[in-house]
Ligand binder design. Structure first.
Ligand code: AR6
Length: 174
């Protein structure tokens, strides 16, 4: 098994084009679609994804649900619901960490070995990007410390600033 650092990689660009076991969607509690990365994933996966999501009955903040990838190159989509940033005193950090932990646990249950995360909550939900990147990388690192199933975790960042925040943290824990 490679070291933690080698199992994590930062890439920049559109998560919907990745040919990988699973991509993570930054969804909302309805799981019925929206803007940002959620909109992009639903557009690329096709209408079957929304039809399937309707059967799931939503997802509470901090939890995760898995669906097929339909027309995406990714085999699965793991939908998680990040916290809306409200200043940091409402458990936002813990809820964001739960998104990463629960998504990875669901990946392992479904024999997903390669997975890509967007920067959950840092768009419409307003979570500060640098703080979110630190939580993302620390939480994934802790998970990989005891996991032997996941071979590769990509942080798929939209924009150079987000990529820089993630790279700084990945380099720190490697
Ligand atoms: N690939 C990778 N990252 C992307 C892409 C993409 N195609 N598109 C946007 N991002 P956001 P949130 C980045 O707003 O903050 C939706 O309406 C984006 O630049 O997508 O968790 C949902 O339905 C940012 O860095 O998600 C919810 O209602 C990151 O993905 C709400 O937005 C997350 O931004 C969720 O808000």
């Amino acid at each position: 098994m490679s070291s933690r650092g080698l199992r994590m990689e930062v890439v920049e660009g559109d998560i919907t084009v990745l040919d990988i076991d699973a991509i993570v969607n930054a969804a909302n509690e309805t799981l019925l679609g929206g803007g940002g990365v959620d909109g992009a994933i639903h557009r690329a996966a096709g209408p079957e994804l929304a039809i399937y999501c309707r059967t799931l009955g939503g997802c509470p903040t901090g939890e995760a649900r898995i669906t097929p990838g339909f027309r995406l190159p990714a085999r699965h989509v793991i939908h998680t619901v990040g916290p809306v940033w409200g200043g940091g005193q409402s458990g936002e950090d813990d809820l964001l960490a739960s998104c990463y932990r629960n998504s990875l646990a669901l990946a392992v249950e479904n024999e997903v070995r390669t997975i890509a995360f967007p920067a959950i909550s840092t768009g419409v939900y307003g979570f500060p990007a640098e703080r979110a990147a630190t939580i993302a990388v620390e939480t994934v690192t802790e998970f990989l410390n005891t996991d032997t199933v996941i071979a590769r975790v990509l942080f798929c960042c939209f924009g150079t600033e987000s990529a820089r925040y993630h790279r700084t943290n990945v380099n720190r824990v490697s």
